[in-house]
Write a protein that binds this ligand. Structure first.
Ligand code: SF4
Length: 179
């Protein structure tokens, strides 16, 4: 029998949630035995695959590219986990919301550089008006809070999902906050 497919993605976050995932240490081997890790910063895969059972989404949705990714991931994932406080509430990335994206770009690219100051027009994805939590754009099945969530709580969450548990309603998803 094939194993469940597990994926992780990194949107507008600091990678701390993925670092905490790695802090599971030897328990990662248990996860690897029970699931195929098919996509994420820890895997050399270019395309997000179809038919993923569980995806952990780190970070808020702050750019057009984040939004494209999270919509694609939602379409291809059965159980989507908002992974860490940036994904759950907006947290640190959402601090920019009161001043808007233009002020952020001007501060970073025009005021701070000592030479060649310019706002990039290529390769850098367009910032959205606000940096919002994942559930503002796509349905979320499980909320795994913490900045970052501890390795123990990540393991407990993933284990339960691989055991076949999953909240079936929004209120159950909220109850699955893991602390
Ligand atoms: S929740 Fe905390 S650790 Fe995770 S990406 Fe956001 S700031 Fe980083």
């Amino acid at each position: 029998m094939s194993k469940p497919k597990l994926a992780t993605i990194w949107l507008d976050g600091c990678s701390g949630c993925h670092m905490s995932f790695l802090d599971m240490d030897e328990l990662i081997l248990e996860v690897a035995e029970r699931a195929d890790l098919v996509y994420g910063p820890l895997v050399d895969a270019k395309e997000f695959p179809e038919g993923v059972d569980v995806t952990l989404v780190e970070g808020a949705v702050g750019s057009s590219e984040d939004l494209r990714k999270v919509r694609e991931v939602r379409e291809r994932t059965r159980v989507l986990v908002a992974f860490g406080d940036c994904a759950v509430t907006g947290n640190v990335p959402s601090l920019r919301n009161p001043i808007g994206p233009r002020a952020v770009l001007e501060t970073v690219y025009l005021e701070k550089p000592t030479h060649n100051a310019q706002i990039p027009s290529q390769l850098v994805p367009e910032l959205l008006e606000e940096d919002l939590p994942v559930h503002a754009w796509v349905p979320v099945d499980v909320y795994l809070t913490g900045c970052p969530p501890s390795a123990a709580r990540i393991y407990e969450c993933v284990k339960r999902l691989l055991d076949g548990e999953a909240p079936e309603t929004v209120s159950e998803a909220v109850a699955w906050k893991f602390g």
